[in-house]
Design a protein around this ligand. Sequence first.
Ligand SMILES: *Cc1c(COP(=O)(O)O)cnc(C)c1O
Length: 478
Amino acid sequence: MLYLSTRGHPDRKHFCEILLEGLAPDGGLYLPERYPQVDAATLARWREVFNDAAAGGYAALAFEILSLYIDDIPAADLKALCDKTYTEAVYGTAAIVPLKQLDDGFYLEALSNGPTLAFKDMAMQLLGHLFEYELARRGEELNILGATSGDTGSAAEYAMRGKKGVRVFMLSPHGRMSPFQQAQMFSLMDENIHNIAIEGVFDDCQDIVKNVSNDLAFKRQYKIGTVNSINWARLLAQVVYYFAGYFQATANDAQQVSFTVPSGNFGNVCAGHVARMMGLPIRQLVVATNENDVLDEFFRTGTYRVRASADTHETSSPSMDISKASNFERFVFDLLGRDGERTKALFGAGLSEQGRFDLGGDPAFADAAARFGFVSGKSTHADRLKTIKVTDDRFAVVIDTHTADGVKVAREVWNGQEPMIVLETALPIKFAQTIVEALGHEPDRPAQFEGIEALPKRVQVMPADTAAVQRYVMAHCA
Ligand SMILES: *Cc1c(COP(=O)(O)O)cnc(C)c1O
Protein backbone atom coordinates (compact mmCIF):
# COMPACT_ATOMS: atom_id res chain seq x y z
CA MET A 1 0.00 0.00 0.00
CA LEU A 2 1.36 3.38 -1.03
CA TYR A 3 0.27 6.84 0.08
CA LEU A 4 -0.37 9.95 -2.00
CA SER A 5 -0.96 13.61 -1.26
CA THR A 6 -4.42 15.18 -1.62
CA ARG A 7 -2.80 17.98 -3.64
CA GLY A 8 -1.55 15.85 -6.50
CA HIS A 9 2.20 15.59 -5.73
CA PRO A 10 3.57 12.72 -7.87
CA ASP A 11 5.53 11.01 -5.04
CA ARG A 12 4.20 7.85 -3.44
CA LYS A 13 5.32 6.75 0.03
CA HIS A 14 5.14 3.79 2.37
CA PHE A 15 3.44 3.91 5.75
CA CYS A 16 6.57 4.26 7.88
CA GLU A 17 7.83 7.11 5.70
CA ILE A 18 4.75 9.19 6.49
CA LEU A 19 4.40 7.95 10.09
CA LEU A 20 6.69 10.62 11.54
CA GLU A 21 5.73 13.35 9.05
CA GLY A 22 2.99 15.97 9.10
CA LEU A 23 1.89 17.48 5.80
CA ALA A 24 2.97 16.18 2.40
CA PRO A 25 5.63 18.33 0.69
CA ASP A 26 2.97 20.16 -1.36
CA GLY A 27 0.95 21.03 1.76
CA GLY A 28 -1.59 18.26 1.19
CA LEU A 29 -2.62 15.43 3.50
CA TYR A 30 -1.66 11.80 3.00
CA LEU A 31 -4.22 9.19 1.98
CA PRO A 32 -3.85 5.61 0.76
CA GLU A 33 -3.81 5.25 -3.04
CA ARG A 34 -7.01 3.21 -2.73
CA TYR A 35 -9.24 1.93 0.06
CA PRO A 36 -8.89 -1.85 0.54
CA GLN A 37 -12.28 -3.49 0.01
CA VAL A 38 -13.64 -5.74 2.70
CA ASP A 39 -15.74 -8.52 1.16
CA ALA A 40 -18.48 -10.48 2.92
CA ALA A 41 -16.21 -13.39 3.84
CA THR A 42 -13.62 -11.06 5.39
CA LEU A 43 -16.22 -9.11 7.34
CA ALA A 44 -17.64 -12.38 8.71
CA ARG A 45 -14.16 -13.54 9.70
CA TRP A 46 -13.39 -10.21 11.41
CA ARG A 47 -16.63 -10.46 13.37
CA GLU A 48 -15.47 -13.80 14.72
CA VAL A 49 -12.01 -12.50 15.52
CA PHE A 50 -13.48 -9.54 17.39
CA ASN A 51 -16.08 -11.58 19.28
CA ASP A 52 -13.61 -14.24 20.36
CA ALA A 53 -11.41 -13.00 23.19
CA ALA A 54 -9.23 -16.10 22.78
CA ALA A 55 -8.62 -15.11 19.15
CA GLY A 56 -7.47 -11.71 20.34
CA GLY A 57 -10.62 -9.57 20.33
CA TYR A 58 -10.11 -5.87 19.63
CA ALA A 59 -6.31 -6.09 19.33
CA ALA A 60 -6.60 -8.86 16.74
CA LEU A 61 -9.20 -6.86 14.78
CA ALA A 62 -6.85 -3.86 14.87
CA PHE A 63 -4.07 -6.04 13.48
CA GLU A 64 -6.30 -7.28 10.62
CA ILE A 65 -7.27 -3.74 9.59
CA LEU A 66 -3.84 -2.18 10.02
CA SER A 67 -2.26 -4.99 7.99
CA LEU A 68 -4.16 -3.83 4.92
CA TYR A 69 -2.52 -0.40 5.15
CA ILE A 70 0.96 -1.15 6.51
CA ASP A 71 3.33 -3.24 4.39
CA ASP A 72 6.65 -2.07 5.82
CA ILE A 73 6.41 -3.51 9.33
CA PRO A 74 6.77 -7.31 9.56
CA ALA A 75 3.45 -8.95 10.50
CA ALA A 76 4.73 -10.42 13.76
CA ASP A 77 5.97 -7.00 14.89
CA LEU A 78 2.74 -5.25 13.95
CA LYS A 79 0.77 -7.92 15.80
CA ALA A 80 2.91 -7.39 18.90
CA LEU A 81 2.39 -3.61 18.71
CA CYS A 82 -1.40 -4.04 18.53
CA ASP A 83 -1.40 -6.56 21.36
CA LYS A 84 0.66 -4.22 23.54
CA THR A 85 -1.63 -1.26 22.82
CA TYR A 86 -5.17 -2.55 23.19
CA THR A 87 -5.20 -4.24 26.59
CA GLU A 88 -7.73 -4.47 29.39
CA ALA A 89 -5.11 -2.95 31.70
CA VAL A 90 -4.98 0.25 29.60
CA TYR A 91 -8.68 0.55 28.63
CA GLY A 92 -10.33 -0.90 31.74
CA THR A 93 -12.49 -3.49 29.91
CA ALA A 94 -11.80 -6.58 27.82
CA ALA A 95 -14.18 -5.21 25.14
CA ILE A 96 -11.97 -2.05 24.90
CA VAL A 97 -14.87 -0.08 23.29
CA PRO A 98 -18.09 -1.51 24.84
CA LEU A 99 -21.50 -0.30 23.67
CA LYS A 100 -23.99 1.04 26.18
CA GLN A 101 -27.63 0.91 25.10
CA LEU A 102 -29.82 3.93 25.82
CA ASP A 103 -33.03 3.42 23.82
CA ASP A 104 -33.66 0.20 21.94
CA GLY A 105 -31.25 0.42 18.99
CA PHE A 106 -29.63 3.66 20.20
CA TYR A 107 -26.15 3.20 21.65
CA LEU A 108 -23.14 5.00 23.05
CA GLU A 109 -19.78 3.53 22.04
CA ALA A 110 -17.31 4.05 24.90
CA LEU A 111 -14.04 5.39 23.52
CA SER A 112 -12.95 7.22 26.66
CA ASN A 113 -11.70 4.60 29.04
CA GLY A 114 -8.04 5.08 28.19
CA PRO A 115 -5.49 6.83 30.44
CA THR A 116 -6.71 10.40 29.79
CA LEU A 117 -10.45 9.67 29.56
CA ALA A 118 -10.91 10.98 26.02
CA PHE A 119 -11.12 9.15 22.68
CA LYS A 120 -7.77 10.52 21.55
CA ASP A 121 -6.14 7.76 23.61
CA MET A 122 -7.52 5.18 21.15
CA ALA A 123 -5.10 6.36 18.46
CA MET A 124 -2.40 8.07 20.47
CA GLN A 125 -1.56 4.97 22.52
CA LEU A 126 -0.85 3.09 19.28
CA LEU A 127 1.16 6.02 17.95
CA GLY A 128 3.40 5.89 21.04
CA HIS A 129 4.28 2.26 20.35
CA LEU A 130 4.69 2.85 16.59
CA PHE A 131 7.00 5.83 17.15
CA GLU A 132 9.17 3.93 19.61
CA TYR A 133 9.39 0.98 17.22
CA GLU A 134 10.22 3.00 14.11
CA LEU A 135 12.71 5.33 15.84
CA ALA A 136 14.58 2.34 17.29
CA ARG A 137 14.66 0.72 13.85
CA ARG A 138 16.14 3.87 12.33
CA GLY A 139 18.42 4.61 15.29
CA GLU A 140 16.88 8.09 15.50
CA GLU A 141 15.31 10.34 18.11
CA LEU A 142 12.35 12.69 17.92
CA ASN A 143 11.38 15.74 19.97
CA ILE A 144 7.65 16.26 19.79
CA LEU A 145 6.64 19.88 20.17
CA GLY A 146 2.95 20.59 20.60
CA ALA A 147 0.41 23.09 21.83
CA THR A 148 -2.68 22.05 23.74
CA SER A 149 -5.67 23.45 25.52
CA GLY A 150 -6.53 20.06 26.98
CA ASP A 151 -7.23 16.65 25.45
CA THR A 152 -4.58 16.37 22.74
CA GLY A 153 -1.64 17.28 24.95
CA SER A 154 -2.49 14.92 27.74
CA ALA A 155 -3.22 12.04 25.33
CA ALA A 156 0.17 12.62 23.66
CA GLU A 157 2.02 12.74 26.98
CA TYR A 158 0.39 9.56 28.31
CA ALA A 159 1.17 7.80 25.02
CA MET A 160 4.82 8.88 24.88
CA ARG A 161 5.76 8.70 28.56
CA GLY A 162 8.71 6.41 29.11
CA LYS A 163 9.05 5.66 25.37
CA LYS A 164 12.63 5.38 24.15
CA GLY A 165 13.84 7.87 21.57
CA VAL A 166 10.96 10.29 22.11
CA ARG A 167 10.69 13.48 24.16
CA VAL A 168 7.57 15.61 24.45
CA PHE A 169 7.60 19.39 24.91
CA MET A 170 3.98 20.41 25.42
CA LEU A 171 2.97 24.06 25.58
CA SER A 172 -0.27 25.04 27.31
CA PRO A 173 -1.73 28.43 28.28
CA HIS A 174 -0.70 29.12 31.89
CA GLY A 175 -3.61 28.85 34.32
CA ARG A 176 -6.23 28.32 31.60
CA MET A 177 -6.80 24.58 31.62
CA SER A 178 -9.20 23.05 34.13
CA PRO A 179 -7.60 21.94 37.43
CA PHE A 180 -8.29 18.33 36.46
CA GLN A 181 -6.58 18.69 33.08
CA GLN A 182 -3.60 20.48 34.62
CA ALA A 183 -3.28 17.75 37.23
CA GLN A 184 -3.44 15.04 34.56
CA MET A 185 -0.56 16.53 32.61
CA PHE A 186 1.60 18.16 35.26
CA SER A 187 1.64 15.18 37.63
CA LEU A 188 3.62 13.12 35.10
CA MET A 189 7.15 12.67 36.45
CA ASP A 190 8.63 10.89 33.43
CA GLU A 191 11.94 12.36 32.36
CA ASN A 192 10.98 12.51 28.69
CA ILE A 193 7.84 14.60 29.30
CA HIS A 194 8.18 18.39 29.55
CA ASN A 195 5.24 20.60 30.42
CA ILE A 196 5.71 24.24 29.50
CA ALA A 197 3.04 26.69 30.71
CA ILE A 198 3.11 29.78 28.53
CA GLU A 199 2.07 33.15 29.92
CA GLY A 200 -0.56 33.76 27.26
CA VAL A 201 -3.52 32.13 25.52
CA PHE A 202 -3.71 28.98 23.41
CA ASP A 203 -3.05 30.93 20.19
CA ASP A 204 0.27 32.15 21.65
CA CYS A 205 1.24 28.53 22.26
CA GLN A 206 0.28 27.58 18.74
CA ASP A 207 2.21 30.52 17.27
CA ILE A 208 5.35 29.41 19.09
CA VAL A 209 5.00 25.89 17.69
CA LYS A 210 4.56 27.36 14.20
CA ASN A 211 7.57 29.65 14.61
CA VAL A 212 9.78 26.79 15.74
CA SER A 213 8.57 24.58 12.86
CA ASN A 214 9.36 27.37 10.40
CA ASP A 215 12.91 27.63 11.74
CA LEU A 216 14.06 24.83 9.44
CA ALA A 217 17.66 24.72 10.67
CA PHE A 218 16.51 24.39 14.28
CA LYS A 219 13.85 21.89 13.32
CA ARG A 220 16.38 19.67 11.57
CA GLN A 221 19.13 19.95 14.18
CA TYR A 222 16.82 19.25 17.11
CA LYS A 223 14.63 16.70 15.27
CA ILE A 224 11.37 18.48 15.99
CA GLY A 225 8.17 16.62 15.13
CA THR A 226 4.46 16.77 15.95
CA VAL A 227 1.57 14.42 16.69
CA ASN A 228 -1.32 16.54 15.46
CA SER A 229 -4.63 15.26 14.21
CA ILE A 230 -3.65 15.18 10.53
CA ASN A 231 -1.27 12.28 11.20
CA TRP A 232 -2.45 9.37 9.05
CA ALA A 233 -1.56 6.70 11.64
CA ARG A 234 -3.90 8.33 14.15
CA LEU A 235 -6.72 8.31 11.66
CA LEU A 236 -6.06 4.70 10.72
CA ALA A 237 -6.15 3.56 14.35
CA GLN A 238 -9.58 5.16 14.66
CA VAL A 239 -11.00 3.14 11.75
CA VAL A 240 -10.91 0.03 13.96
CA TYR A 241 -13.55 1.14 16.45
CA TYR A 242 -16.12 1.75 13.69
CA PHE A 243 -15.85 -1.96 12.85
CA ALA A 244 -15.94 -2.88 16.55
CA GLY A 245 -19.05 -0.75 17.08
CA TYR A 246 -20.73 -2.33 14.06
CA PHE A 247 -20.06 -5.89 15.24
CA GLN A 248 -21.53 -5.13 18.65
CA ALA A 249 -24.70 -3.44 17.37
CA THR A 250 -25.56 -6.06 14.74
CA ALA A 251 -26.08 -9.81 14.67
CA ASN A 252 -25.08 -10.34 11.04
CA ASP A 253 -23.38 -8.52 8.19
CA ALA A 254 -26.56 -7.91 6.21
CA GLN A 255 -27.50 -5.14 8.65
CA GLN A 256 -26.64 -1.47 8.36
CA VAL A 257 -25.88 0.98 11.17
CA SER A 258 -25.41 4.75 11.43
CA PHE A 259 -22.84 6.62 13.50
CA THR A 260 -23.03 10.09 15.03
CA VAL A 261 -19.68 11.71 15.73
CA PRO A 262 -19.01 14.84 17.83
CA SER A 263 -16.69 16.71 15.47
CA GLY A 264 -14.08 19.44 15.47
CA ASN A 265 -11.13 18.84 13.18
CA PHE A 266 -12.97 16.10 11.24
CA GLY A 267 -10.40 13.48 12.33
CA ASN A 268 -12.71 11.08 14.10
CA VAL A 269 -15.51 11.13 11.52
CA CYS A 270 -12.98 10.94 8.67
CA ALA A 271 -12.02 7.53 10.07
CA GLY A 272 -15.71 6.62 9.77
CA HIS A 273 -15.61 7.74 6.15
CA VAL A 274 -12.62 5.45 5.54
CA ALA A 275 -14.45 2.52 7.18
CA ARG A 276 -17.48 3.17 4.97
CA MET A 277 -15.30 3.41 1.84
CA MET A 278 -13.82 0.01 2.77
CA GLY A 279 -17.32 -1.42 2.62
CA LEU A 280 -18.47 -1.41 6.26
CA PRO A 281 -22.30 -1.24 6.02
CA ILE A 282 -22.73 2.30 7.40
CA ARG A 283 -25.87 4.06 6.22
CA GLN A 284 -25.30 7.53 7.63
CA LEU A 285 -22.32 9.33 9.13
CA VAL A 286 -23.78 12.13 11.20
CA VAL A 287 -21.45 15.05 11.91
CA ALA A 288 -22.37 16.84 15.16
CA THR A 289 -20.83 20.25 15.83
CA ASN A 290 -21.21 22.78 18.63
CA GLU A 291 -21.64 26.53 18.04
CA ASN A 292 -18.47 26.35 15.92
CA ASP A 293 -20.46 25.00 13.01
CA VAL A 294 -17.99 25.14 10.10
CA LEU A 295 -18.78 21.54 9.19
CA ASP A 296 -22.53 21.72 9.69
CA GLU A 297 -22.61 24.74 7.40
CA PHE A 298 -20.69 22.83 4.72
CA PHE A 299 -22.89 19.76 4.78
CA ARG A 300 -26.04 21.90 4.69
CA THR A 301 -24.97 24.39 2.01
CA GLY A 302 -21.74 23.32 0.31
CA THR A 303 -19.94 26.41 1.59
CA TYR A 304 -16.74 25.87 3.56
CA ARG A 305 -15.90 29.03 5.46
CA VAL A 306 -12.91 29.34 7.80
CA ARG A 307 -13.81 31.40 10.87
CA ALA A 308 -11.77 34.37 12.11
CA SER A 309 -10.56 34.17 15.73
CA ALA A 310 -13.22 36.66 16.80
CA ASP A 311 -15.79 34.34 15.19
CA THR A 312 -14.55 31.22 16.97
CA HIS A 313 -16.59 30.64 20.11
CA GLU A 314 -15.31 29.38 23.45
CA THR A 315 -17.89 26.74 24.35
CA SER A 316 -18.58 24.13 27.01
CA SER A 317 -17.47 21.44 24.53
CA PRO A 318 -14.05 23.05 24.11
CA SER A 319 -12.34 20.22 22.21
CA MET A 320 -14.61 21.05 19.27
CA ASP A 321 -13.86 24.78 19.28
CA ILE A 322 -12.20 25.07 15.88
CA SER A 323 -11.99 27.77 13.23
CA LYS A 324 -11.22 25.31 10.42
CA ALA A 325 -11.37 21.53 10.22
CA SER A 326 -7.84 20.38 9.50
CA ASN A 327 -8.74 16.87 8.24
CA PHE A 328 -11.58 17.99 6.03
CA GLU A 329 -9.39 18.18 2.93
CA ARG A 330 -9.22 14.37 2.93
CA PHE A 331 -12.96 14.06 2.44
CA VAL A 332 -13.15 16.81 -0.16
CA PHE A 333 -10.44 15.02 -2.16
CA ASP A 334 -12.65 11.91 -2.27
CA LEU A 335 -15.77 13.98 -2.92
CA LEU A 336 -14.12 15.50 -6.00
CA GLY A 337 -13.24 12.07 -7.41
CA ARG A 338 -9.68 12.33 -6.03
CA ASP A 339 -8.83 15.31 -8.22
CA GLY A 340 -5.59 16.61 -6.67
CA GLU A 341 -5.47 19.73 -8.84
CA ARG A 342 -8.92 20.85 -7.78
CA THR A 343 -8.26 20.03 -4.14
CA LYS A 344 -5.10 22.08 -4.32
CA ALA A 345 -6.95 25.00 -5.87
CA LEU A 346 -9.61 24.90 -3.15
CA PHE A 347 -7.39 24.42 -0.08
CA GLY A 348 -4.17 26.11 -1.18
CA ALA A 349 -3.80 29.78 -2.01
CA GLY A 350 -7.54 30.15 -2.67
CA LEU A 351 -8.51 29.35 0.90
CA SER A 352 -5.73 31.50 2.39
CA GLU A 353 -6.88 34.47 0.30
CA GLN A 354 -10.67 34.18 0.38
CA GLY A 355 -11.11 32.14 3.57
CA ARG A 356 -13.85 30.11 1.87
CA PHE A 357 -14.94 28.04 -1.07
CA ASP A 358 -18.34 27.02 -2.30
CA LEU A 359 -19.26 23.63 -3.76
CA GLY A 360 -23.00 24.28 -3.41
CA GLY A 361 -23.54 24.31 -7.16
CA ASP A 362 -21.24 21.37 -7.89
CA PRO A 363 -22.83 18.06 -8.98
CA ALA A 364 -20.36 16.26 -6.66
CA PHE A 365 -21.93 18.06 -3.70
CA ALA A 366 -25.51 17.53 -4.87
CA ASP A 367 -25.36 13.76 -4.37
CA ALA A 368 -22.76 13.78 -1.56
CA ALA A 369 -25.26 12.66 1.07
CA ALA A 370 -26.35 9.71 -1.04
CA ARG A 371 -22.84 8.67 -2.06
CA PHE A 372 -20.97 9.24 1.18
CA GLY A 373 -23.75 9.06 3.79
CA PHE A 374 -22.93 12.39 5.42
CA VAL A 375 -25.56 14.35 7.34
CA SER A 376 -24.97 17.04 9.96
CA GLY A 377 -26.44 19.01 12.81
CA LYS A 378 -25.39 21.40 15.53
CA SER A 379 -25.87 21.82 19.24
CA THR A 380 -25.62 24.77 21.64
CA HIS A 381 -24.77 25.20 25.31
CA ALA A 382 -28.47 25.07 26.22
CA ASP A 383 -28.86 21.87 24.16
CA ARG A 384 -25.92 20.30 26.00
CA LEU A 385 -27.35 21.08 29.43
CA LYS A 386 -30.74 19.69 28.46
CA THR A 387 -29.32 16.57 26.80
CA ILE A 388 -27.10 15.80 29.81
CA LYS A 389 -30.09 16.21 32.14
CA VAL A 390 -32.53 14.16 30.06
CA THR A 391 -29.99 11.35 29.51
CA ASP A 392 -29.34 11.18 33.25
CA ASP A 393 -33.06 11.28 34.13
CA ARG A 394 -34.11 8.64 31.62
CA PHE A 395 -31.16 6.25 31.64
CA ALA A 396 -29.12 7.13 34.74
CA VAL A 397 -26.15 7.71 32.43
CA VAL A 398 -24.05 10.87 32.79
CA ILE A 399 -22.50 11.95 29.50
CA ASP A 400 -19.86 14.60 28.87
CA THR A 401 -20.50 17.81 26.95
CA HIS A 402 -19.05 16.64 23.62
CA THR A 403 -20.95 13.38 23.70
CA ALA A 404 -24.05 15.44 24.53
CA ASP A 405 -23.61 17.35 21.27
CA GLY A 406 -23.59 13.96 19.53
CA VAL A 407 -26.65 12.61 21.34
CA LYS A 408 -28.62 15.80 20.64
CA VAL A 409 -27.95 15.68 16.89
CA ALA A 410 -28.35 11.89 16.68
CA ARG A 411 -31.84 12.10 18.17
CA GLU A 412 -32.87 14.60 15.49
CA VAL A 413 -31.55 12.49 12.63
CA TRP A 414 -32.28 8.93 13.75
CA ASN A 415 -35.06 7.10 11.89
CA GLY A 416 -35.49 4.47 14.60
CA GLN A 417 -34.80 1.73 12.04
CA GLU A 418 -31.15 0.68 11.83
CA PRO A 419 -29.03 0.98 15.00
CA MET A 420 -27.61 4.44 15.77
CA ILE A 421 -24.22 4.50 17.50
CA VAL A 422 -23.10 7.76 19.10
CA LEU A 423 -19.37 7.92 19.76
CA GLU A 424 -18.65 8.89 23.37
CA THR A 425 -15.57 11.08 23.08
CA ALA A 426 -14.79 11.92 26.73
CA LEU A 427 -15.85 11.12 30.28
CA PRO A 428 -17.86 13.77 32.15
CA ILE A 429 -15.28 14.23 34.93
CA LYS A 430 -13.10 16.16 32.46
CA PHE A 431 -15.80 18.83 32.11
CA ALA A 432 -17.20 18.78 35.64
CA GLN A 433 -18.18 22.44 35.76
CA THR A 434 -20.82 22.04 33.02
CA ILE A 435 -22.06 18.79 34.55
CA VAL A 436 -22.66 20.65 37.81
CA GLU A 437 -24.53 23.30 35.83
CA ALA A 438 -26.70 20.63 34.19
CA LEU A 439 -27.27 18.24 37.10
CA GLY A 440 -26.46 20.18 40.25
CA HIS A 441 -23.77 17.74 41.32
CA GLU A 442 -20.29 16.57 40.33
CA PRO A 443 -19.93 13.58 38.00
CA ASP A 444 -18.34 10.36 39.27
CA ARG A 445 -14.61 10.26 39.31
CA PRO A 446 -12.85 7.00 38.31
CA ALA A 447 -10.94 5.64 41.32
CA GLN A 448 -7.50 6.12 39.80
CA PHE A 449 -8.12 9.88 39.57
CA GLU A 450 -9.07 10.45 43.22
CA GLY A 451 -7.09 13.36 44.59
CA ILE A 452 -4.90 13.96 41.51
CA GLU A 453 -5.15 17.74 41.95
CA ALA A 454 -3.06 17.37 45.13
CA LEU A 455 -0.17 15.47 43.47
CA PRO A 456 3.19 17.22 42.99
CA LYS A 457 3.42 19.06 39.66
CA ARG A 458 6.23 19.19 37.13
CA VAL A 459 5.82 22.27 34.92
CA GLN A 460 7.97 25.13 33.68
CA VAL A 461 6.28 28.54 33.40
CA MET A 462 7.64 30.71 30.57
CA PRO A 463 6.88 33.95 28.75
CA ALA A 464 5.30 33.71 25.27
CA ASP A 465 8.72 33.89 23.64
CA THR A 466 9.81 31.51 20.87
CA ALA A 467 13.53 31.94 21.62
CA ALA A 468 13.00 31.04 25.28
CA VAL A 469 11.18 27.85 24.30
CA GLN A 470 13.94 26.98 21.83
CA ARG A 471 16.57 27.46 24.55
CA TYR A 472 14.60 25.16 26.84
CA VAL A 473 14.39 22.47 24.14
CA MET A 474 18.14 22.75 23.43
CA ALA A 475 18.96 22.42 27.11
CA HIS A 476 16.78 19.34 27.54
CA CYS A 477 17.43 17.20 24.52
CA ALA A 478 20.94 15.97 25.11
C1 LIG B 1 -10.69 16.05 19.90
C2 LIG B 1 -12.06 15.86 20.45
C3 LIG B 1 -13.22 15.94 19.64
C4 LIG B 1 -13.16 16.30 18.17
O1 LIG B 1 -12.57 15.30 17.41
P1 LIG B 1 -12.09 15.58 15.89
O2 LIG B 1 -11.37 14.37 15.50
O3 LIG B 1 -11.22 16.79 15.98
O4 LIG B 1 -13.31 15.84 15.10
C5 LIG B 1 -14.46 15.70 20.22
N1 LIG B 1 -14.57 15.42 21.53
C6 LIG B 1 -13.49 15.34 22.35
C7 LIG B 1 -13.70 15.05 23.79
C8 LIG B 1 -12.21 15.56 21.84
O5 LIG B 1 -11.13 15.48 22.66
